[in-house]
Design a protein around this ligand. Sequence first.
Ligand code: DUC
Ligand code: ZN
Ligand code: ZN
Ligand code: ZN
Length: 484
Amino acid sequence: MSTVIKNGTIVTADLTYEADVLVEDGKIAQIGSGLKGDDTLDATGCYVMPGGIDPHTHMEMPFMGTFSTDDFESGTRAALAGGTTMCVDFALPQPGQGLLDAIQQWDNKSAQAHCDYSFHMAITWWSEQVFNEMETVVKEKGINTFKHFMAYKGALMVNDDEMFASFKRCSELGAMPLVHAENGDVVADLQAKFMAEGNNGPEAHAYSRPPEVEGEATNRAIMIADMAGVPLYVVHTSCEESHEAIRRARMQGKRVYGEPLIQHLTLDDSEYFSDDWDHSARRVMSPPFRNKKHQDSLWAGLQSGSLSVVATDHCAFSTEQKRMGVGDFTKIPNGTGGLEDRIPMLWTYGVGTGRLTPNEFVAVTSTNIAKILNIYPCKGAIMVGADADILVLDPAKEKTISAKTQESAIDYNVFEGKHVKGLPRYVLNRGRLAVDDGKVIPKEGYGSFIKRPANGPVNRALSTWKELTAPRKVERSGIPASGV
Ligand code: DUC
Ligand code: ZN
Ligand code: ZN
Ligand code: ZN
């Protein structure tokens, strides 16, 4: 069984050229002209690019006293509708729970997935058991990334000593730490202050998490990673303060990656000042949306290469769930959706405005993260031998985003009313036609867990801080007696 994609323009992170693509047994078998297959997909007027990879989703996440509404079934259906063929979710142990136990739970939940997926492993507490299990997670489970929450005090947050221990373990194992970088102690203090002052609406959520808490935590994580001798990936970089820390680290030769979200690039903090409580609460996520200065910084980072990946942090709660926080903004479940809209929104507001070239678009939606996660070129490439994860994007096709027409299970959409131009015509996942003429062809359970091997000796922070590995001991001729 083979399929040929004809008459399209191939766009990769490096090249743009006209050619047909032959897909056989789930892989790209040939790229050239005049190719023939059992089936033909016409890509006239379209771009043929690697399927999107969203490295940051939370399906059915247990969080703030509830579970995020999109599970692997509706969530991965939404992913495919938006041209994404692989998601990376977070296996999240409750404090005290073993890592392998949490992976088993996520294995069970993800059995429904319509598209390929993988997990990051979250480190939510620290112990000898966690230290030991990390090795099995990397070597047997094929997970090479460990996520640390520097916020959510009293729940998911880890302290600096735990983070340093975990980062050093990552270094030994050829794995990479991820951080949710916000200073959780300062956030908790500000939350209490605003509540005490009677400032309990969704806008106080934004006030309690200013850019400074993110910049401080990003910088701290970068320094700790450097001392542990390990690269670092900063999830949902939302502001100039965090971006600046990442930029500086990269200029110093440190291997540090930043991940803005499509929400932060295209929606601003005025959303929190709507007179409709539901409107504002539906947009409560952490970090919160920022002003234009920060949005410009994020776009500039994608253009210059100081920021590497555009993700969503897809963590969708219904209006009903959001209302758990009426009268107390700290109880509004944090999270927004975006998986279905990331590609059309970034194409429209990035490529459509001239901020990004089509090649840069492919880099930040697919290829860069495939390289960072060590699955390139199996994923993230239009190349002979690669998985046939292909997005045929029609730049002339348009729609107005609406909750009424989405695959996601939530009852609203934070991009409601946005007009987008550039939509999937076809999507293939390991050769399976998953979107045909813009319509999802669901196949529950088709999605495969993609193992991601550990990195080799290049898994270094390129550290300038050498004392840890080469301490200089001083031989002294005389040492005074103590306490005299
Ligand atoms: N931020 C969110 O908004 N939701 C899920 C977790 C997170 O860090
Ligand atoms: Zn986060
Ligand atoms: Zn997240
Ligand atoms: Zn593969």
